[in-house]
Design a protein around this ligand. Sequence first.
Ligand code: FES
Ligand code: FES
Length: 193
Amino acid sequence: MSSRGLPTPITIAEPEFGFNAAEKGDGKAMADPVTAPTMTAISLTVNGKPYSKSVEPRTLLVHFLREDLGLTGTHVGCDTSSCGACVVHLNGSAVKSCTVLAVQADGGEIVTIEGLGSEAHLHHVQEGFWEKHGLQCGYCTPGMIMTAVAFLERNPHPSETEIRDALEGNICRCTGYQNIVRAIQYAAEHAPA
Ligand code: FES
Ligand code: FES
């Protein structure tokens, strides 16, 4: 306390903006030079079409698909492997493409929502979402559908509980999931023989 009974003011040190401690000493130190990231060549097949591109090693597969290939049907919801909006198939397995580097997909075969069906000929899982109103805003839908397609390939006749378990990694903020489950049940019942 000060002599007048007031609290002693706290002195806050000046933050050290800039480069490093050595700079403060003689004023000569410089920041590490920024170097351009090395590009890496990758070749992969997306929806049956071959691509060869150069990418930064840090590029996430979801960004590669959306920004380099223009396949914006794959969505980014969280970027942290929580929501499932970014699910695609890599070599036959459903993966969250925000947790895969594009360089890790080198040589791989990818299927995105654009490669599943067409407006004229919907995939039976897409048809299920259409018939059972399995979406509202639609943001989660590509990831839901890609997850469901991979799941039904592993388990063509699932119980409701198994469907709900399979959707554990996919978040929908709109539907309450009931119609999504019905859509997948419909798809299981209407799968081509
Ligand atoms: S964006 Fe990949 S899990 Fe959410
Ligand atoms: S339909 Fe809106 S997030 Fe699922």
